[in-house]
Each structure stands twice: as C-alpha cells, then as structure tokens.
Design a protein around this ligand. Structure first.
Ligand SMILES: Nc1ncnc2c1ncn2[C@@H]1O[C@H](COP(=O)(O)OP(=O)(O)O)[C@@H](O)[C@H]1O
Ligand SMILES: [Mg+2]
Length: 414
C-alpha cells in the first residue's frame, strides 16, 4: 500500500494511465487474481467505460467491445451508487443482480469484487478484480485495502483530468492571444497591400498615357499590364493569407459569472505567482452581477493585466509582493474588474503611450498586451484605464456590461 500510494502521488499526469495499468497487474499477481479493470465516467450523465485492464496471460480476456453499461447495467448502477458488489463463488451473487449472474455464466469469473472509485466526495468510476477457475474469499481487511487502492487510482485520475483541462484552457488562451495580436498586426499588413497597389496604379497610369498619346508602343504597354497583373495577384495572395488567419475566429458572447472566470485565470497563474513569491488575492463583491462577454477573450484580458502586475513587482523588486484582483459594480449596468499591484508604478517615459503597439519597457516585452486588452474590452463596450495607487503601484481597471440590464451611457473613464 505504501509503495502504491507513493507511486500514485509521484506520477506525472500524462503517465497516470500507464501507472494504473502497471499496478492492476501488481495487485493481481500479489493477490493471485486473474483479471482486473478500471472504469471511468466523466460526469454523472456520461456512460461508464472500461479505461484500464489487466489480464493474466492465458486467462479469458474481457468480452470484445466490452461495454459494462450494456452487459451489466444494473450492477454497474449499483457500484456507481457507491456500493461494492462482491462474491466468493457464483452461487453467492445476489438474486437481484441477474445481469452479473448471466455475465459470470458467459464470461466466467468464479469470484469477483467490484469496488466504487471515489474522488473528491464523488464516485467517478469503479474497479473490478476477478478470480477464474477457483473460488476466492474476500476478507474485510482485503476489501478495505482494495478500496483504498481504488481511491488512490481515483485521485490520480482526477489530478490527471484537471491537469488536462488546464492544459486545454492554456492552449485555447494561447490561440486567442495570437489571434488578437494578429488583428492588431493587420494595421502593419495594410502596408504590404498598399505597396503593390501603388505599383499597379503607376503601371496602369503609364499605359493610359501611352494610349492617350495615340502611340500604344505595344511591347511597353504589355510589360506594364503584365506587371500590374503580377502585382494584383500578389495583393490577392496577401488578402487570402490574412483571411485564413482569421477564419477560426468565432466570437462567442454569453452571460457569464466574472468571478468564476477570474478563478480560472488565477488557477493558470498560481505556479507563476509561487515562483515569483507573489500573493495573488481575489475579491469578488457579492453585488457584482453576471456580465456579457466572450470568456476566452476576457480571460486573456485578466491574464494580461495579472502578468503585467507580476512583472511590475518583479521589476521593482518590491518588498510587498501582492496582486489583488477585484470585481465590483461600477455605474448602473456595468461591472468593474481591477488588478492592483505593489510595483513601482508606470515609467514616465511610456505613461502617455501605454496602449500603443510595441511600447514596452521590458527586455523581452512585446508591447502588445495592453493594446490587445483594450481592444477586447472596447469590443465589449467597456473601457480600460490605469491609475496610480495612493501608496504604491498601479491599478488597471476595465468595465464590462452587466447581462440583462439597462445601463447608463458608456462607463466612466478616469
Ligand atoms: N502594472 C504595471 N505597472 C507598471 N507598468 C506597467 C504595468 N502594466 C504595464 N506597464 C507598462 O506598460 C508597458 C506595456 O505593457 P504591455 O502592453 O502589456 O506590453 P509588455 O508587457 O509586453 O511590455 C510595459 O512594458 C510597462 O512599462
Ligand atoms: Mg504585458
């Protein structure tokens, strides 16, 4: 048990599955069992499916396309409701579990223990341990130990799932951030388009002059026209490339709880905060209502401001290392989200140009974060501004429209 618990605590998220399979084998060999499986269900509405199996060589495998919800549905429900289903010999199978009796007749374990898999107060799956050819007793102490093993599997699986979910959110945010940066870069791409357009114009102007002089000089005119055709193709190609960059941008605005959204961002930054020894605190006023917005874009905004706040503290090497994210009602119909840091404040050299592209005081800065954040906020009808804190550091605040509510004009700008 000690080894198992250490292994489950230590295993990295993407090796959890392999480790569980390995341990099913170890447990079966140690207890002289022949077959074992772990079952998972992502949510109570989902189907229970076998996710890990171990079978002793030369013993009957699990049925092909094994689907516990079909073959032993009633027993599956029983175990998923948190009860064990244990029998030492087929005649011990409770009369009410007919489906298990049929399963045993057909697929053959002589003794079996099915144990619910608990994690965080819920049953997220189960595990079964089977003995073929001979019967087997299941003393209480053995069942207790098996239940504990299954619980250890459960918490490892849960850790794996939450880590995978966080990874998925991270990827989504990265994609979103690239998209927003791109949308700002369109400005500079327009230069690329303007340049061939200028060349086309001058070539066609030349042709027009030749034609109006009544002296077409076919070779020269042809060269000018061909060159205009090439430039037109180049321009079309640039436009096509820009389009394909944005093809996947589907904005999705819904009513959402800004507190939950911030919690999600905080989860993404706890590692970074710990690394930089910064305390990140969230204060959500109970009076703050749901807002309307695109959750990925808004997470990006909060993330940008929190990262800037971290940078400000790191840069200033502040003794007080705290970032506070606050959500509170603003003017009627608006919610304010603010991020305060205990850094050194905004450098006077950039104070008037914070939201311009490529303005940065950081060695590796892109100088796009605030611009992207402001364009998202304004795309939601809100505003973003910065104010120096009375004691130390800076507070960035943005506003968002409350869902289902009349609001007064545009929100305040400090
Ligand atoms: N919380 C803050 N405290 C002090 N200065 C800040 C803060 N947030 C942003 N700034 C200043 O604004 C500049 C631009 O920020 P941003 O657009 O996010 O780009 P980047 O973070 O890549 O530099 C930063 O380089 C920094 O000088
Ligand atoms: Mg930044």
């Amino acid at each position: 048990m000690g080894e198992l618990s250490a292994a489950m605590a230590r295993v990295p998220a993407d090796e959890v599955d392999r480790e569980i399979e390995l341990w099913l084998g170890k447990i079966c060999r140690a207890l002289n069992l022949d077959r074992s499986a772990v079952y998972e269900r992502d949510s109570p509405d989902d189907r229970v499916r076998a996710t890990h199996t171990w079978v002793r060589p030369n013993f009957p495998p699990f049925p092909r396309d094994y689907d516990p919800e079909k073959l032993i549905q009633q027993s599956t429900n029983l175990v998923m409701s948190g009860k064990m289903l244990v029998f030492a010999r087929p005649s011990e199978i409770p009369a009410e579990n007919q489906d298990t009796r049929r399963f045993v007749e057909k697929y053959g374990p002589k003794a079996s223990a099915a144990i619910p898999m608990w994690a965080g107060g819920r049953v997220i799956g189960a595990a079964t341990f089977g003995k073929f050819r001979t019967t087997r007793a299941w003393p209480q102490e053995l069942l207790d130990n098996l239940a504990l093993s299954v619980r250890l599997f459960g918490s490892a699986i849960e850790r794996k799932q939450s880590e995978m979910a966080i990874r998925a959110v991270r990827t989504e945010l990265r994609v979103a951030s690239r998209r927003n940066v791109m949308s700002e870069l369109v400005a500079s791409l327009s230069h690329e388009i303007n340049q061939p357009l200028g060349a086309i114009l001058s070539n066609l102007g030349g042709v027009a002059r030749l034609l109006s002089q009544g002296n077409p000089q076919p070779a020269m005119a042809l060269e000018a026209v061909n060159s205009a055709i090439d430039d037109t193709k180049r321009t079309a190609e640039i436009v096509r490339r820009i389009r394909s960059m944005f093809k996947h941008h589907v904005e999705h605005k819904t009513a959402l709880g800004i507190g939950t959204l911030i919690d999600e961002v905080v989860k993404l930054t706890t590692g970074e905060a710990a690394l930089r020894k910064i305390a990140l605190q969230v204060e959500v006023s109970p009076a703050a209502q749901r807002v309307i917005g695109d959750s990925i874009q808004l997470q990006q905004c909060v993330l940008n401001l929190v990262m800037n706040a971290f940078d400000a503290i790191a840069e200033a090497n502040s003794a007080r290392r705290a970032v506070i994210v606050k959500v509170a009602p603003e003017k009627t119909g608006w919610v304010g989200v603010s991020v305060s840091d205990s850094g050194a404040g905004i450098a006077p050299a950039v104070a008037s140009r914070l939201f311009e592209p490529f303005v940065t005081t950081k060695k590796d800065g892109m100088g796009l974060g605030l611009l992207v954040t402001r364009s998202i906020v304004e795309g939601h009808g809100g505003r973003l501004w910065a104010t120096p804190n009375p004691d130390q550091g800076t507070t960035f605040t943005f506003t968002l429209p409350v869902a289902d509510r009349k609001r007064v004009g545009a929100s305040r700008r400090a």
